[in-house]
Design a protein around this ligand. Structure first.
Ligand code: C2E
Ligand code: MG
Ligand code: MG
Length: 562
């Protein structure tokens, strides 16, 4: 049934005065007015999904409304976030009085005076094109100055993207990430890290010569727009020159530090806009970095699809918390000699409304990179604390619940204090809780981590080292850390039956742990034969599908009562 046929007809006598019967409702009239207005206008819901776009906003955003409606604005148009719109809307939603702000975006870039309002339903944004006022204006100069990186004097990200956009000969963009800088900053101090960056910038500039455009994207990442280079060989040569310049040792506080650069290249040939080109080179650079090498990684379209998927995941994850899509599952930890569960590990689960369950190995890294991990970890801790009374009632005294800590939580600085506060607020006894921290999170900051762990333990919380044996394992550092238990990584448990090496590793971990007074928990025990061997080797505790998969709270409580 159409809307008009259900609306009661009004007789001329009851019609409000001054209303043209042909024009429909006042809401219709407002909609037409907004639609035809010279000022751009769009409306977002509280999750940044686009609800309405008028014609002027379609022009300003460079996109038709059919490709935006119902979608997350930040995933569709990340350049708007980069231009500074997101923090502005955030302040508006937080109820701060935000003055009109001028932002610059679009292709070609234009200036817009942005005014936003937020109410319970969402956020409306007005865009007034002020490019003409800016043509030769003072704020353009101010804008450019502000876009320079104060440390190196190079173009910052936005300025670099602008240069790429305005270049008529852009053939490729190269991104480089100088390794070791972060390590130096953390280990020696930020001033030393900064000096290393300045030196790296100077060496890059010298190796490139003045004609190519160099920028700093943030952290230890630099970007180059080669000028006058017309083929891949030319780009490769340029990359080699820059890598050679960075390969010379850096002098840091009397030490010589050997650095290297991960390099990514994106070619302009497939018609990408400037922003996409720079992002492409960054994605390729990250690939090169993950591969651990210093080889030059060339961007391809498959990476682009992955980038978009990742952006979408990021947007969805931001909403998942509010929408109640996250919950915890619990996997029991079994005492092998007593044959009963003495604890459990809380594992985060995300049930995506469209894609179904998303594994934590997929979304935790995204949460870490985007900072969402803070809110996520806080939620996990609270929910775990809420689950504890039921678990203790079913599992008995001494039952310990462990949660996984992200490496990022170490960077909070006040981890022990924050944890203590939540424990206090939820009435949780610290000794009922354990935190699991992976070896890789400790890497390169053993002393700082030991300090934080000591604080946690002196507050009564237990500390387990997770995935032990993967990557950087060194039995030697164990005695320097205040620990309660070691969780032996699943990969060794998998190899117990057929690989003598795995057996040796587990055996030496058990021996060493015994001498340090630590418990050993074997992870991922899925076959009876592994169980048998672990008992023979004297491993005290285990966790794995053989005993139970991670299950919802009620299911674990039922299991514990059996
Ligand atoms: P983890 O802490 O080492 O957790 C153990 C993982 O092994 C879990 O995977 C668990 O489901 C799986 N597992 C347990 N027994 C078996 C088995 O017998 N066979 C096999 N194949 N797998 C087994 P899950 O839940 O997918 O979690 C993966 C990782 O994600 C965790 O590894 C942890 O590093 C991270 N994670 C999970 N929840 C959280 C969280 O709340 N916060 C943080 N920061 N990380 C989390
Ligand atoms: Mg764990
Ligand atoms: Mg583990």
């Amino acid at each position: 049934m159409s809307e008009s046929s259900t609306r009661p007809r009004q007789s001329p006598a009851t019609r409000p005065p001054g209303r043209n019967p042909a024009a429909g409702t006042l809401a219709d009239a407002l909609r037409v007015g907004v639609e035809r207005g010279a000022e751009g206008f769009f409306l977002l819901d509280s999750d940044a999904h686009v609800r309405f776009v008028n014609a002027a906003a379609e022009r300003a955003l460079g996109r038709g409304r059919e490709s935006l409606l119902g979608r997350c604005l930040w995933a569709e148009l990340p350049e708007l976030r980069d231009a500074g719109l997101e923090p502005l809307l955030h302040s508006e939603r937080a109820g701060e009085a935000v003055p009109d702000t001028e932002l610059r975006f679009g292709t070609p870039p234009r200036w817009y005076r942005v005014r936003a309002f937020a109410d319970g339903v969402g956020t409306g944004v007005f865009l007034l094109d002020t490019t003409a006022e800016h043509a030769l204006g003072e704020s353009e100069a101010r804008f450019r100055r502000a876009q320079c990186d104060p440390l190196t004097g190079l173009a910052g990200r936005a300025e670099f993207v602008r240069e790429v956009r305005e270049a008529d000969d852009a053939f490729a963009v190269v991104c480089l990430d100088v390794n070791r800088v972060e390590r130096v900053s953390e280990g020696v101090g930020y001033a030393a890290g900064d000096r290393m960056l300045v030196e790296a910038a100077a060496r890059l500039r010298a190796s490139l010569g003045p004609e190519h455009t160099l920028g700093r994207l943030g952290g230890a990442a630099f970007a180059v727009l080669p000028r006058g280079v017309r083929d891949a060989t030319g780009v490769r040569r340029l990359c080699e020159r820059m890598q050679a310049a960075l390969a010379q040792p850096f002098a840091v506080e009397g030490h010589s530090v050997v650095a290297a650069a991960a390099v990514g290249v994106a070619l302009a040939s497939d018609g990408a806009d400037a922003e996409t080109l720079v992002r492409g080179a960054e994605v390729a650079m990250q690939r090169s970095r993950t591969a651990g090498g210093t080889h030059v990684q060339w961007y391809d379209r498959a990476m682009h699809a992955q980038t978009r998927a990742r952006l979408r995941l990021e947007c969805d994850l931001r909403n998942a918390l509010q929408r109640d899509e996250l919950h915890l599952h619990f996997q029991p930890v079994v005492d092998l000699s007593a044959g009963r569960a003495v604890g459990a590990e809380a594992l985060l689960r995300w049930n995506h409304p469209e894609h179904g369950p998303v594994p934590p190995t997929e979304f935790i890294p995204v949460a870490e990179e985007t900072g969402i991990i803070d809110a996520l970890s806080e939620w996990v801790l609270r929910d775990a604390c809420r689950a504890l009374p039921a678990l203790k009632a079913a599992g008995g005294d001494g039952f310990t619940l462990s949660i996984n800590l992200s490496a990022h939580q170490f960077a909070w600085g006040n981890l022990a204090e924050r944890l203590g506060r939540t424990l206090h607020e939820t009435g949780t006894a610290p000794r009922d809780l354990a935190v699991e921290i992976t070896e890789s999170a400790l890497l390169g900051r053993l002393d700082a981590a030991a300090h934080v762990l000591r604080e946690l333990r002196s507050g009564g919380v237990r500390v387990y080292i997770d995935d032990f044996g993967t990557g950087y394992s060194s039995l030697a550092y164990l005695h320097r850390l205040p620990l309660d238990a070691i969780k032996v990584d699943r990969s060794f448990v998998e190899g117990l039956r057929d690989e003598p090496w795995s057996r040796q590793v587990v055996s030496s971990i058990v021996t060493l742990a015994g001498s340090l007074g630590l418990r050993v928990i074997a992870e991922g025990v899925s076959q009876p034969v592994q169980h048998e061997i672990l008992r023979e080797l004297g491993c005290g505790y285990a966790q794995g599908f053989l005993f139970s998969r991670p299950v919802p709270l009620d299911a674990l409580c039922a299991l514990l009562r059996r």
